[in-house]
Ligand binder design. Sequence first.
Ligand code: NAP
Length: 358
Amino acid sequence: MSPLEAMRRAIELSRRAHPHPNPRVGAVILDADGRLLAEGFHLHPGEPHAERAALAALDGPPPPGATMVVTLEPCSHHGRTPPCTEAILESRIEKVIVGAVDPDPRNRGVGIDILRSAGVEVVTGVAADEVEAADPAYFHHRRTGRPLVTLKTAMTLDGQTAAVDGTSQWITGEEARADAHRLRAESDAVLVGAATLRADDPALTVRLPGYDGPQPVGVVIAGRQPLPREARLWSRPDTLVLSSRSHDVGVEVIPVPEGDDGLPEPEAALRALADRGLLAVLVEGGATIAAALWRSGLVDRGVTYVGSLVAGGSGRGVMAGEWRTFADARRAEITDIRRVGEDVRLDWRPVRESADHD
Ligand SMILES: NC(=O)c1ccc[n+]([C@@H]2O[C@H](COP(=O)([O-])OP(=O)(O)OC[C@H]3O[C@@H](n4cnc5c(N)ncnc54)[C@H](OP(=O)(O)O)[C@@H]3O)[C@@H](O)[C@H]2O)c1
């Protein structure tokens, strides 16, 4: 195996777990001839990190000339488990190939320095972009303190998300709707506004045949009005409500400071989710919450499904409120276009005007 092939294998391993707030990390150990000896990945917080898991999978100590290939810089600090740099030094592995430098300020470069100072040869930057693409929410969170927010919408070919009376089923076909469930499966949390909860009583779960991975946490951002006493989300014990007021609905209510409009302040609400370890947040509506997040510069990625349907008039748009003048619009980069059944999926991200946001 070449170092690049080994790194790609380690990335594949890293994708098997959902260890947020920790990073997804995979590691493989090769012998001096590049043969695969062992592999490991970090499954859950508190469980061994990928480097330790790979070392534990070896039959005894690593042979002379062995190399560890790991997707992220080994950690150097004591968390729930001891530092991986210690495990590597104890194992006497002589060479470590690192994918991406850890963006976590507690580690950034320190892990690599510790290994180098102890005489370990360290190569960095192998497929770093691919490593980041396998866990973008971790990198984003460590750089900004915020979760990675993906705005998902389904609209008609003429840009409508629902009719005036609120009906919208279904704008897209079965395959696009299944694809949207895969988006949920990649997320730590799925967030909706209080009005969507009242109108649709959504379950916000992944419902795909054969899916047995973790369910994203359902999150409601509540406003000035009371929440309904009965809702499907209240039967899920991990559901979270973000609010500046008190609500007695049987699930945890996270207090969020109020903005001038008397509503929860969007950035504080998102940071509260990241503080709970929810690093990848999928926003599923409605248009009022979508607009509040967009106008606060908090949407990091968009996934827009364009259904093969023409509304033929204006009903409801993707974002509530007026588009007053052209200059208020912002550029987005379309990063992917895919046909999903009879519909189209567009992936995009806003073009950032300053380096303040990642
Ligand atoms: N076609 C689709 O894909 C789709 C997806 C989702 C929803 N929908 C539809 O969209 C409709 C609901 O959308 P919506 O735009 O009316 O409401 P929404 O975005 O679901 O919820 C808005 C509500 O969230 C609360 N809120 C909390 N913090 C806020 C903040 N910082 N800024 C603004 N609001 C905040 C307020 O609750 P209070 O009212 O309590 O003050 C506000 O009225 C429903 O009819 C639903 O069926 C369609």
